[in-house]
Design a protein around this ligand. Sequence first.
Ligand SMILES: Cc1cc2nc3c(=O)[nH]c(=O)nc-3n(C[C@H](O)[C@H](O)[C@H](O)COP(=O)(O)OP(=O)(O)OC[C@H]3O[C@@H](n4cnc5c(N)ncnc54)[C@H](O)[C@@H]3O)c2cc1C
Length: 403
Amino acid sequence: MINLESPKKFKPLINQAHQVAEEVLRPNSRKYDLAEHAYPKELDMLAALIDGLNDSGNGGAGATGVRRDESKSEGNRNGTNLSTVLSIIETCWGDVGLTLTMPRQGLGNSAIASVASDEQHERFDGKWAAMAITEPDVGSDASAIKTTAVYDEKTDEYVLNGTKIFVTSGERADLVVVWASLDLSKGRAAIKSFVVERSNPGMKLIRLEHKLGIRASDTAQFVLEDCRVPAADLLGTPEIDAKKSFAGAMQTFDNTRPLVAAMAVGVAKAALDLTREKLAEVGVEVDYDRPAAVQTSAAATLLELESDYEAALLLTMQAAWMADNRRPNSLQASLAKAKAGRTGTDVALRCVELCGSVGYSEGDLLEKWARDAKILDIFEGTQQIQLLIIARQLLKKSSADLK
Ligand SMILES: Cc1cc2nc3c(=O)[nH]c(=O)nc-3n(C[C@H](O)[C@H](O)[C@H](O)COP(=O)(O)OP(=O)(O)OC[C@H]3O[C@@H](n4cnc5c(N)ncnc54)[C@H](O)[C@@H]3O)c2cc1C
């Protein structure tokens, strides 16, 4: 029978993540929302703790742990994908911007974990990696990137040229995983990812964004000008295989979309918990044994939002569980991202509405969560793009058939 509880073995990890959220992230939440671009030094002390969790094989607070386990053992596995989403839900209950800027937990780490060779995995271990796909004229359609990588056989290096925008943790990370084309005339099959050291003189940070939400997380723009990268830092194979190449790069999203879904679930949980508390203070309590229709409008709304939250949570856990069990999960990763992305935004905004002026003022964090939530329905593929992927999968259409 299907068991919808969180696995018992992850309880200590979940409790630890919740404690971090309560004692470190929440108390610093407003401070770094107001001090955009200031480095949250309080997170440095967490780095060792998170590394310990990752080393223990139990996953951590961010993206580092989501390497697929290739061992042959059969049966039900609750592995690092599931433990990581469960701990991310807790840290994002604390603060999503600060979770995104946890040292060594970048989305680039997940790309490395997903596609790097064992040698590269070892070499980049312990480094913090950002992810650079988006360009000034390229967002949702990642296959249209214009950044180029030309092989220089004299030095056994690739030479990268182009511009990358909206790179989360681009200023603070040690490495940036850059998507570039080996041959623009060969389309998506020629797109490869390259691990570029942040200190590489060919990659210049030219600006940091000012944003609606997740202001604790830095978002950088880079220009790559004859940026030389050792050939050994190309992730995956240099061959241009029309069948496999782009699918390989896109597989990273099967691991990262459940993580972003988990972030949205965490924000929704934070908003619901606080709203429940605020409503109880004025005498509105949900009665779970009676139909919504016979309760106050506020209680019925809370019930509706809680059911959306549960659906988003279960889809997120399902997508992560499938990754742990080596099952193809592109459809489930997009279902989770679409449902959780929308739920995070809806729940946070409707909680602001339920709490009125308390929800809207800076005295509490509800207004901030409503701002923070929106990005989770945009990056790693927007709501519309997830729906498109889901439709393609269900109708068995290719990206050329259904655009
Ligand atoms: C704070 C922040 C952090 C980010 N971090 C990163 C990062 O670390 N690395 C990175 O590479 N990128 C990052 N991004 C970029 C992000 O992934 C893109 O913004 C996103 O993919 C959407 O691209 P776009 O903004 O160019 O919008 P567009 O692609 O121009 O889309 C605009 C609108 O059109 C819709 N749309 C587009 N195509 C279709 C279609 N075929 N059918 C229906 N609707 C469609 C979209 O859903 C959207 O609503 C970040 C962005 C932000 C704001």
